[in-house]
Design a protein around this ligand. Structure first.
Ligand code: ADP
Length: 446
């Protein structure tokens, strides 16, 4: 087992990893930018190294600074968390070259899945159902128009390097194509330094359902069932739950098998997620694979009583898994609490938290790095907490969430708590009646 793990991340996920390491008797090293010097991950780790100024490209994405921090502290492994360098094959390779274990997939596995067009091609070869569309990247706008006319509109063009909902455009007619093409490519070039685009049929009303998988170094892969992440705003997840209200035993079996097939086709090692879109007739299509731990992993942990970070560290250290698939025994929901104003179009609201009261009690989990007096830096993601409830049934998990949201007091900044309160009372949500379009015409009640 590793003796010391450096966590190349910040915020709640850095804390989350430190907690498991402490329980496993593994020493931890935090890295931080100057904006995060008063953060809890810095205080909770055994050692901490400053790696640069606030902008991510100079700190949390600064590979030489992170590798030096690992070398001077003698860390034998690096946990990348999510975001930042977690799906960067170059970083995974550099860790290898420095004899530091990257807790995640090898560079080859990331490359096989990181670029979305390549991932899709790999899945088609492996016989996993994918959304109909272009074979790989589009050469030019004319190829896109020709293909769309053949397939029928609407279509969606997507950046092969995309993430976080960026670099995508829905197109409903050939006249719209050129403008959408130009703006999506520009956005993608600016955000990811790559403007390769591919095309898919746009599914009008699907659900986003993903399967958690885990693979060891000896070719065994198991699935840990699904998470329904259909409640999204601008392609970004806000509420997740498991099991999905839409799921059946038969569909779970089929999707679980497809996810395992997908992971095996690239000899996947570590924890990962296969994202699918599922149509109303229960046909499902591979969308992408995330080769890292995800924000919403706690709901899976809660329903099957399983520490995913612990398992992730164990498989990285070469320990075998049993290969048993897990199905949920309970129901869990996660609400992402962002420092944003839901009454003002979810405008970011950084600032200082003047007062804080976290909810508690049976079946309530709060994963967060904030505390009273904490200053939210404007440089990073606006998510400041994840509120998770778990209960015997969906109804009880919702009741618990309502109660916990009422107890959660965050003063000094605006948060998405009022949005979640409204959602937990929304009739369609409560009935489990929703798709990815749910929030398209959602309005806050003043
Ligand atoms: P990202 O990596 O940026 O999150 P994804 O490929 O995971 O991008 O897509 C994000 C979201 O965009 C999905 O959850 C879904 O809501 C929507 N989406 C993507 N592709 C399609 C499609 N072909 N039809 C309908 N919606 C789509």
């Amino acid at each position: 087992m590793f003796k010391k793990i450096l966590i190349a991340n910040r915020g709640e996920i850095a804390l989350r990893v430190i907690r498991t390491c402490q329980e496993m008797g593994i020493k931890t090293v935090a890295v931080y930018s100057t904006a995060d010097k008063d953060s809890l991950h810095v205080r909770f780790a055994d050692e901490a190294v400053c790696i640069g100024p606030p902008p991510s490209n100079l700190s949390y994405l600064n590979i030489p600074a992170i590798i030096s921090a690992a070398e001077i502290t003698n860390a034998d492994a690096i946990h990348p968390g999510y975001g930042f360098l977690s799906e960067n094959s170059k970083f995974s390779k550099i860790c290898q070259e420095h004899d530091i274990k990257f807790i995640g997939p090898t560079p080859e596995m990331i490359d096989g899945m990181g670029d979305k067009a390549t991932a899709k091609a790999t899945m088609i070869k492996a016989g996993v159902p994918t959304i109909p569309g272009s074979k790989g990247l589009l050469k030019d706008v004319n190829e896109g128009i020709k293909l769309s006319e053949k397939m029928g509109y609407p279509v969606i063009i997507k950046a092969t390097a995309g993430g976080g909902g960026k670099g995508m455009r829905i197109i409903r007619s050939s006249e719209e194509f050129q403008d959408a093409w130009d703006s999506a490519r520009q956005e993608s070039k600016a955000a990811f330094g790559n403007d390769g685009m591919y095309l898919e049929k746009f599914l009008e009303n699907p659900r986003h359902i993903e399967i958690q998988i885990i693979g060891d170094q000896y070719g065994t892969v198991a699935h840990l069932s699904e998470r329904d992440c259909s409640i999204q705003r601008r392609h970004q997840k806000l509420i997740e739950e498991t099991p999905s209200p839409f799921m059946t035993t038969e569909l779970r079996k089929k999707m679980g098998e497809a996810a395992i097939k997908a992971a095996k086709s690239i000899n996947y090692e570590g924890v990962g997620t296969i994202e699918f879109l599922v149509d109303s007739d229960k046909s499902f299509y591979f969308m992408e694979m995330n080769t890292r731990i995800q924000v919403e992993h706690p709901i899976t942990e809660e329903v099957i009583n399983f520490d995913l970070i612990r398992e992730q560290i164990k498989v990285a250290a070469g320990i075998k898994i049993s290969g048993k698939n897990y199905t949920p025994k309970l129901h869990a929901i996660e609400c992402r609490i962002n420092a944003e104003d839901p009454y003002k179009n979810f405008m970011p609201s950084p600032g200082t938290i003047t007062s804080l009261h976290k909810p508690g009690g049976h079946g309530v989990r709060v994963d967060t790095h904030i505390y009273g007096g904490y200053k939210i830096p404007p440089n990073y993601d606006s998510m400041i907490a994840k509120l998770i409830t778990v209960a015997q049934t969906r109804e009880e998990a919702i009741a618990k969430m309502k109660r916990a949201l009422k107890e959660f007091v965050i003063e000094g900044v605006k948060t998405t708590i009022p949005f979640h309160k409204q959602m937990m009372r929304n009739e369609d949500y409560v009935k489990g009646n929703f798709t990815i379009k749910f929030l398209d015409d959602f309005e806050m009640i003043k």
